[in-house]
Design a protein around this ligand. Structure first.
Ligand SMILES: [Zn+2]
Length: 85
């Protein structure tokens, strides 16, 4: 299954056919998932790991998770779950 978005009504669809090109709701054109879509649909834990892997973390040695982003109750995950100020 892959995720597609309607360019007309904005609906999100899980489709089995990668060539599906028409929105079942409004007949609008479907587009694939962008990097932004992917990041926005991540859980806090997935996002913390993604940030750790893709950004330059000053704390992580190599590619092992540091205290900031590793573990489910640690720094970055905790921060992502806080109300924005
Ligand atoms: Zn649509």
């Amino acid at each position: 299954m892959i995720t597609k978005y309607c360019t007309k009504c904005g609906s999100k669809w899980l489709v089995s056919n990668p060539n599906a090109s028409e929105c079942p709701k409004c007949d609008g054109a479907l587009r694939g998932e962008t990097n932004g879509d992917k990041i926005r649909s991540m859980t806090d834990e997935e996002l913390a790991k993604w940030l750790c892997n893709n950004m330059d973390c000053p704390i992580c040695p190599g590619d092992s998770f540091c205290e900031v982003c590793g573990g489910l109750s640690n720094g970055l995950v905790k921060w992502l779950k806080q109300e924005a100020t």
